[in-house]
Ligand binder design. Structure first.
Ligand code: NZQ
Ligand code: ZN
Length: 383
C-alpha cells in the first residue's frame, strides 16, 4: 500500500427526513444563496422542504444551473452572490448543481478571469463555504473537492479541485431520488461504478482494505442498480445506491492505490463535443480501456472477474468474461456501450483525440502511458 494522508471534512446527514437538519447544519446568521437546476426540486417537493427549513433566515436563490453546468450561467450566479453579500452557498440538486456551486464559491473571491481556475489550474486561495442537499446519487461531488464545468462558448469541459470547496455538509435523503427518471437512475449507477473502477482497475499494491471495499461497492451497485429501475420507490435500494455512490468518490477507496481516470478524461471530450450524458460516455469508454490495457491491468482484471463476477477458467477467459459482464451490466441498466449506438460517427474520433491533445491529456492512465494514439485505439475499439 502506498503512503497517504486521508481527510474528508464533509459531515453527512443521511436518511429520510434529514433535510430538516439544515436548521442545525447551516451556520447561524448566514446569508445563504440557494442554488438549483432546471426545476426537478420544485416538482418533487425538495424545494419546499428546503424553504421550510430556511425559515427565519436571510436567503436568496439562483435557479437554472444546467446539467454539465455552464460556466456562463455560473458567472451570473457569482455576480448575484457578490451583490447580495452571500456568505454561505446551499446547492440543492444533482452533481451539476453541486459542481457549479463549487465554482461560484471559488469565483466569488478570484481576482482575474475565473475560467483560469479550470483552464490554467490557477490556485484557489479562498472560497465561500458551501453545503448541499443531493438528489442524484452518482458523482460523489457531495463529499469531495472536485468540480467539472463546461464553457458553452468553446464547448470545453474541464475540472478543478481544491480542499476549500469540499461541502461542509451533505444531506442525503434517499426519498429525494424517487423522482429520478430511469435514464438518470442508470447514469448514477454507471457513474459510481466507473468511479470505483478508476481507482481499482489498475495494478495490485497489496491494498487489501481498499480492494475489498471497492469490490463490495461494485457488488452493491450490480445488485441494487437494476432494482432501482424496477422498483423506484424501494427505500432500501435507494439508500444503498446513494451511500455506495458517495463512498465511491469520497477519497476512501482511492488512498494508497494507483488511479487511472483515462475513461473520465476521454469521456469528458465526448460530452463536450457530442452532448452525451457523462455516464453514457463512461459506459462506452471503460470496456474499451479494459480491453486495450488488458496486459497492464491483467492481475486486477483476473481478481475482478473472480471476485465480482464469480468467473472461472483460464486467465484469459476470465478477462474476456469480466469485460463482457461489465458491458452487459451497463447495457442492462440502459446505457449502450458503443459510439455508434449514440450516433457518434467514426469521423469524430480524430477530432476527439485532437481535443485531448489540446487539453494536454496526452499521458493518461495509472502508468501515464495512454498517448493520443492509444486514446484513438480505445475510441476505435468502442466505435
Ligand atoms: O436540473 P434539474 O431540473 O434539477 O434536473 C436534473 C438534470 O436534468 C435531474 N435530476 C436531478 N435530481 C433529480 C432529477 N430529476 C428528478 N428527480 C431528481 N431527484 O437529472 C438531470 C441530470 O442532473 P446532473 O446534476 O447533471 O447529473 P449528475 O449528478 O450525474 O451530474 C453530472 C455532472 O457531474 C460531473 C459530470 O461531468 C457532469 O457534469 N461529475 C462530477 C464529479 C465530481 N465533482 O467529483 C465526478 C464525476 O465523474 C463527473 O465528472
Ligand atoms: Zn464520473
Amino acid at each position: 500500500m502506498n503512503n497517504f494522508i486521508f481527510s474528508n471534512p464533509t459531515k453527512i446527514a443521511f436518511g429520510e427526513g434529514q433535510i430538516q437538519e439544515l436548521k442545525n447544519l447551516l451556520p447561524k446568521n448566514a446569508r445563504v444563496l440557494l442554488t438549483y437546476g432546471g426545476g426537478s426540486i420544485i416538482k418533487n417537493g425538495v424545494y419546499d422542504q428546503v424553504v421550510s427549513a430556511l425559515q427565519g433566515r436571510t436567503w436568496f436563490e439562483f435557479g437554472g444551473i444546467q446539467p454539465n453546468p455552464h460556466y456562463e450561467t455560473l458567472m451570473q450566479a457569482t455576480e448575484l452572490a457578490k451583490e447580495r453579500e452571500v456568505d454561505f452557498l446551499l446547492a440543492v440538486g444533482g452533481g451539476s448543481v453541486v459542481d457549479g456551486t463549487k465554482l461560484i464559491a471559488a469565483a466569488m473571491h478570484f481576482e482575474g478571469d475565473p475560467w483560469d481556475i479550470l483552464a490554467k489550474n490557477a490556485p484557489v486561495h479562498r472560497a465561500t463555504p458551501l453545503g448541499c442537499v443531493l438528489t442524484l446519487p452518482a458523482t460523489g461531488t457531495e463529499s469531495n473537492g472536485n468540480a467539472v464545468i463546461t464553457k458553452e462558448a468553446t464547448k470545453e469541459k474541464l475540472g478543478f479541485g481544491s480542499p476549500l470547496v469540499y461541502p461542509q455538509f451533505a444531506i442525503l435523503d434517499p426519498t429525494t431520488t424517487y423522482s429520478l427518471p430511469p435514464r438518470q437512475i442508470a447514469n448514477g449507477v454507471v457513474d459510481a461504478f466507473v468511479h470505483i473502477m478508476e481507482q481499482y482497475m489498475t495494478y495490485p499494491v497489496n491494498a487489501k482494505v481498499q480492494d475489498r471495499i471497492a469490490e463490495g461497492l461494485l457488488l452493491t451497485l450490480i445488485e441494487e442498480g437494476p432494482k432501482a429501475l424496477e422498483n423506484p420507490r424501494d427505500y432500501g435500494v435507494r439508500a444503498n445506491v446513494m451511500w455506495a455512490a458517495t463512498l465511491a468518490l469520497n477519497g476512501l477507496i482511492g488512498v494508497g492505490v494507483p488511479q487511472d481516470w483515462a475513461t473520465h478524461m476521454i469521456g469528458h471530450e465526448l460530452t463536450a463535443m457530442h452532448g452525451l450524458d457523462h455516464a453514457q460516455t463512461l459506459a462506452i469508454v471503460l470496456p474499451a480501456v479494459m480491453q486495450h490495457k488488458r496486459a497492464q491491468k491483467r492481475e486486477k482484471l483476473i481478481q475482478y472477474g473472480k471476485r465480482v463476477w464469480n468467473l472461472q477458467g483460464s486467465d484469459d477467459a476470465i478477462i474476456d468474461g469480466a469485460i463482457a459482464a461489465t458491458k452487459q451490466f451497463f447495457e442492462s441498466m440502459g446505457n449502450p456501450t458503443t459510439l455508434s449506438s449514440y450516433g457518434v460517427p467514426r469521423e469524430s474520433i480524430p477530432k476527439l483525440v485532437n481535443m485531448l491533445v489540446k487539453h494536454n491529456y496526452v499521458a493518461l492512465g495509472e502508468h501515464g502511458d495512454i498517448t493520443p494514439e492509444d486514446s484513438r485505439k480505445i475510441l476505435e475499439l468502442a466505435a
